[in-house]
Design a protein around this ligand. Structure first.
Ligand SMILES: NC(=O)c1ccc[n+]([C@@H]2O[C@H](COP(=O)([O-])OP(=O)(O)OC[C@H]3O[C@@H](n4cnc5c(N)ncnc54)[C@H](O)[C@@H]3O)[C@@H](O)[C@H]2O)c1
Length: 355
């Protein structure tokens, strides 16, 4: 029922960096429920509210604390696990943090990627490897059209630049090391703004709104007019898993970059998200927009998903309204202490797959 990947992951050893994070924890649950042996490598969760903690994932998968900047330790982990497939999700993922700590941002997102591919290169069990980047890897021209996989990489703020670089590193490793026979098949996944229960990162609109709701405080909305490719967390995860399936079954013809975003007509602004959330939780308070120093963040950003739709047979399952409904349901389930959150996540995976 939840295996949309022809059973390919059942009994496979799957290594994920960033399993303690938002996407990594959801992906670990889905893989676990499909019968994969899941091995995670990441920094410890930041708070007790993180999805990794609330779902008690540490007891269900094999997790090791580790830093992706530590090349030797990451390689040792790969060689102990001997995975069939590896996904790289560990990163510094926040634009504002990248302004506060640019050196750490670049170290983690560039050298972390290099160390991941070195570990893949030196571990012969790995048949497929996928680097998770972002829609922000593209040079943003603030134009109306969606970015295609062969558009130029770029990035003005340190986070976007680091993810553009992470893509260039991926391409370099594919061309230099992973194009030969008997090497791992390598690709990257570029997705937009992902939302869903269990994400408690600072300075993301929905976590900020839910935190405010819990504490009875108002939330100030940054850039309400900014259009973002909002997606429920399982949409890109479905894409990464589909890509992994294709690399494992079809090989190098699926190497390279892949966009996973909403349908072209499903691009909504930060203000639209706020309005949709307020329909579900009318008590949420919104303050006047922040007047703090405005850091540069891309205003208009769309992804063209034609390649994934046609060649991977992947497409988004939820429309905007359903995306917000799935997301808010996940948070409200967390706010009720009686719930077993792991079971709630599995139920959402089932409901998502049934769409
Ligand atoms: N959430 C989004 O909206 C979004 C959008 C586009 C792309 N992405 C990308 O998806 C990936 C996962 O993002 P997320 O939202 O789950 O972020 P997250 O912050 O919830 O998780 C990040 C993970 O990376 C790990 N990590 C960070 N620095 C590390 C280090 N130095 N060594 C080892 N582990 C480290 C953390 O421990 C955590 O497990 C990232 O590459 C991010 O850039 C996220």
């Amino acid at each position: 029922m939840i295996d949309l990947f022809s059973g390919i992951y059942s009994g496979k050893k799957v290594l994920l960096t960033g399993d303690t994070g938002f996407k990594g924890s959801w992906m670990s649950i889905w893989l676990k429920e499909m019968g994969a042996d899941v091995y995670g490598y990441a920094l410890p969760p930041l708070t007790n509210k993180d999805n990794f903690v609330s779902t008690k994932l540490a007891a269900k998968i094999s997790h090791t604390d580790g830093d992706v900047r530590d090349k030797n330790n990451l390689e040792k982990f790969f060689n102990e696990v001997k995975p069939d497939v590896a996904f790289h999700l560990a990163a510094q993922p926040l634009v504002i943090e990248s302004y506060n700590h640019p050196h750490y941002n670049f170290e983690t997102n560039l050298m972390g990627t290099v160390n991941f591919f070195e570990a893949v290169r030196n571990c012969t069990s790995v048949k497929a490897a996928i680097n998770v980047t972002t829609d922000k890897c593209y040079q943003n021209n603030e134009w109306l059209w969606g970015y295609r996989e062969n558009d130029a990489m770029g990035g003005d703020d340190p986070y976007s630049a680091s993810k553009g670089c992470s893509e260039l590193i991926t391409n370099s490793y594919i061309k230099s090391f992973f194009s030969k026979e008997n090497t791992a098949h390598v690709a990257s996944g570029r997705a937009g703004n992902v939302i869903g229960g269990g994400d408690w990162a600072e300075n993301r609109i929905i976590p900020d709104m839910i935190r405010g709701y819990e504490n009875g405080k108002g939330t100030s909305v940054r850039n309400p007019q900014s259009v973002r490719p909002w997606q429920f967390v399982l949409e890109p995860v479905y894409g990464y898993l589909k890509l992994g399936e294709k690399l494992l079954t079809e090989g190098k013809s699926y190497s390279g970059g892949w966009n996973f975003g909403p349908a072209a007509y499903e691009n909504y602004s930060v203000g639209d998200v706020v309005n949709e959330v307020r329909k579900l939780i009318p008590d949420i308070k919104i303050d006047a927009p922040e007047l703090k120093e405005k850091l540069h963040e891309a205003g208009l950003l769309k992804l063209d998903i034609t390649k994934a739709v046609n060649q991977l047979n992947w497409k988004p399952k939820l429309n905007f309204k359903e995306t917000i409904e799935f997301t808010i349901k996940g948070y409200l389930q967390e706010l009720d202490a009686k719930n077993n959150i792991y079971d709630c996540r599995v139920e959402q995976i089932k409901n998502y797959c049934a769409k």
